[in-house]
Write a protein that binds this ligand. Structure first.
Ligand SMILES: *[C@@H]1O[C@H](CO)[C@@H](O)[C@H](O)[C@H]1NC(C)=O
Ligand SMILES: *[C@@H]1O[C@H](CO)[C@@H](O)[C@H](O)[C@H]1NC(C)=O
Ligand SMILES: *[C@@H]1O[C@H](CO)[C@@H](O)[C@H](O)[C@H]1NC(C)=O
Ligand SMILES: *[C@@H]1O[C@H](CO)[C@@H](O)[C@H](O)[C@H]1NC(C)=O
Ligand SMILES: *[C@@H]1O[C@H](CO)[C@@H](O)[C@H](O)[C@H]1NC(C)=O
Ligand SMILES: *[C@@H]1O[C@H](CO)[C@@H](O)[C@H](O)[C@H]1NC(C)=O
Ligand SMILES: *[C@@H]1O[C@H](CO)[C@@H](O)[C@H](O)[C@H]1NC(C)=O
Ligand SMILES: *[C@@H]1O[C@H](CO)[C@@H](O)[C@H](O)[C@H]1NC(C)=O
Ligand SMILES: *[C@@H]1O[C@H](CO)[C@@H](O)[C@H](O)[C@H]1NC(C)=O
Length: 480
């Protein structure tokens, strides 16, 4: 029993020794005053939090300040044999995801079991997001609008009217963001990836000055495990600060050249391949485990899927002036968006996908938008909201992608996207609408970032980088 007590005391008083704060005082991010030194506070029961005070614009260090929220799960040293190794950072990707929420939801369950306990597991929020100050909120409604033909998935497409709608949405969002977060001291101009990477460097610099860093072999190294868009942060960091690269793994690697050049084509390339795997796995699982099971081969499942899409015959519906033409069109858009978002997380999504596809088959027989929306929720897992969770805003991914691409898509006409839309359609049938729509949003984004990465990707890094990728990844393909 005394051992247990000792462990608990030790945990909070390690915190206290460094921070000077009350051991039992739990804080939330809004209660932390940003400081230039790294000062940790116990927070959210099992975590430790800090808020670093940094320049809003690193090219103007005397100017306005920004606050970078940081969270950690402390190292757990096992007796005296193990040596504390400092901070191991992670980022979940997006762009637009909060690193803090990633640690709060998946830190203990998913990351901690597979990393050495000799590191503190750490994440920080990208500029403008999560618990950051300044915060990017352009009051956009929270209902987020959310291949290769070789995989043999093809079918009817949404009409050009829906692309036009998206184009108008882009202009609206852009104008709203420009007013609400576009000022020099607002978040908008400071959300580009180099600033996010530079914040990580600031955290490491601050850590290197703390007492606990004294025993760490390489306290100024940035140790990092980044996922998906988090690999763009990693590639950017390594290119800008190669001599600060410590233990470094980039997992689910995004093609950063494709990203920075405003193409984004590579991200949708495997959506149809993931669908094909769904047909395979559903068939292998059998009818008792997969409600979508049918016929006598995985291909029979694919045929069932194509038959569903065939009923959304948008072209014929408009050509023949069917009463339901607009409903069919909008429903197909919703179906594309929903399937894409489920396929994005196949491990959790596949069981749900079986339910959703079955529900769509029923809904299409008596087609209404409400019916399609309801069917799209079939089998959805209950959302797990961590303590203090801040919902992700639609403008965050937009701010990052449009900034990083130096606003080259700004003020383009819808016609300018003809090639891009067709290219996405070539990459993936199931994913193309989502990605085309996302890219179009940049046409409204007029806020110029103060820091655009304009260097060369790649560098002679202090330590080698481990690149990790899946054979089939819905967003981060292993090949170009
Ligand atoms: C620490 O915080 C607790 C709870 O807020 C409070 O009751 C206690 O008096 C504080 N102790 C000190 C030494 O500040
Ligand atoms: C700590 O040491 C104990 C006893 O040697 C061992 O059972 C345990 O797995 C170790 N824990 C870690 C996290 O290494
Ligand atoms: C179709 O849906 C409408 C309401 O959405 C309902 O009133 C009607 O009974 C349904 N028809 C059939 C055949 O299910
Ligand atoms: C739409 O209307 C047409 C013509 O009335 C009908 O044949 C078709 O089944 C309807 N489609 C859907 C998906 O409701
Ligand atoms: C946007 O493009 C139009 C031409 O299509 C041009 O007249 C206008 O000046 C541009 N606006 C900005 C802010 O670049
Ligand atoms: C966009 O299209 C206009 C004509 O509609 C053309 O003048 C312009 O060069 C295009 N911009 C880009 C970046 O392709
Ligand atoms: C799409 O694929 C078709 C058939 O392979 C090809 O003719 C067309 O040029 C491609 N379009 C784009 C924009 O890649
Ligand atoms: C953003 O940059 C573009 C191109 O450099 C420039 O034309 C435009 O005026 C800038 N916009 C603002 C709001 O400063
Ligand atoms: C690249 O960006 C840096 C930092 O914003 C800037 O100082 C430099 O002039 C830019 N170089 C080019 C070639 O645009």
């Amino acid at each position: 029993m005394s051992k247990v007590v000792l462990a608990i005391t030790l945990f909070s008083c390690i915190v206290s020794a460094n921070s000077g704060s009350n051991c039992t005082d739990q804080v939330t991010f809004d209660q932390i005053t940003p400081t230039r030194e790294l000062i940790w506070h116990p927070c959210y029961t099992d975590y430790v939090c800090a808020k670093l005070d940094v320049p809003l614009d690193y090219s103007n260090p005397q100017g306005t300040r920004a606050a970078v929220p940081i969270i950690k799960i402390p190292a757990q040293l096992n007796g005296t044999n193990e040596k504390y190794q400092g901070l191991l950072f992670t980022n979940p990707g997006g762009p637009g995801n909060s690193g803090i929420d990633f640690i709060l939801t998946m830190g203990y369950s998913t990351i901690i079991p597979v990393i050495p306990k000799t590191y503190d597991l750490v994440s920080w929020d990208p500029r403008g997001m999560g618990y950051s100050t300044p915060y990017a909120d352009c009051q956009i409604p929270t209902t987020r609008r959310k291949s290769k033909r070789a995989y043999g998935i093809t079918g009817p497409d949404i009409s050009s009217a829906l692309y036009e709608d998206q184009f108008q949405t882009a202009i609206l969002y852009g104008a709203q963001c420009s007013v609400l977060i576009g000022g020099p001291n607002d978040a908008g101009p400071h959300m580009s990836t180099p600033a996010v990477a530079r914040d990580a460097l600031s955290i490491v610099d601050a850590f290197a000055k703390t007492k606990e860093a004294k025993t760490v072999a390489n306290p100024t190294d940035f140790n990092y495990w980044g996922f998906s868009y988090g690999t763009v942060i990693g590639q950017t960091f390594a290119s800008l600060f190669p001599d600060r690269v410590g233990r470094f793994a980039l997992d689910g690697v995004i093609d950063a050249e494709d990203f920075y050049s405003a193409q984004f084509y590579s991200v949708s390339r495997y959506d149809d391949a993931v669908m094909d795997l769904f047909f395979d796995y559903c068939f292998v699982a059998g009818p008792s485990l997969c409600s979508y099971y049918t016929g006598s081969s995985a291909n029979d499942l694919k045929i069932r899927f194509l038959n569903l899409f065939a009923q959304f015959d948008v072209k014929t519906a408009y050509a023949e002036n069917w009463d339901n033409a607009t409903t069919i069109d909008q429903s197909l858009g919703l179906v594309f968006a929903n399937i894409r978002s489920i396929v994005y997380s196949p491990i959790t999504g596949f069981p749900q996908l079986a339910e959703v596809l079955t529900a769509y088959e029923v809904a299409v027989n008596n087609l209404t938008i409400d019916g399609i929306v309801a069917a799209g929720q079939a089998g959805a897992p209950p959302s797990d909201t961590p303590p203090g969770y801040t919902p992700e805003l639609a403008e965050w991914p937009l701010a990052v992608a449009c900034s990083d691409t130096a606003n080259v898509l700004y003020n383009q006409t819808l016609k300018n996207f003809t090639y891009s839309n067709a290219r996405f359609a070539n990459e993936s049938y199931t994913g193309h609408v989502g990605w085309s729509f996302f890219k179009i949003l940049c046409t409204g984004w007029s806020i110029n970032a103060t820091w655009v990465f304009n260097g060369t990707l790649g560098a002679a890094t202090k330590n080698p980088i481990l690149f990790v990728s899946n054979t089939v990844d819905p967003a981060a393909p292993i090949e170009k």
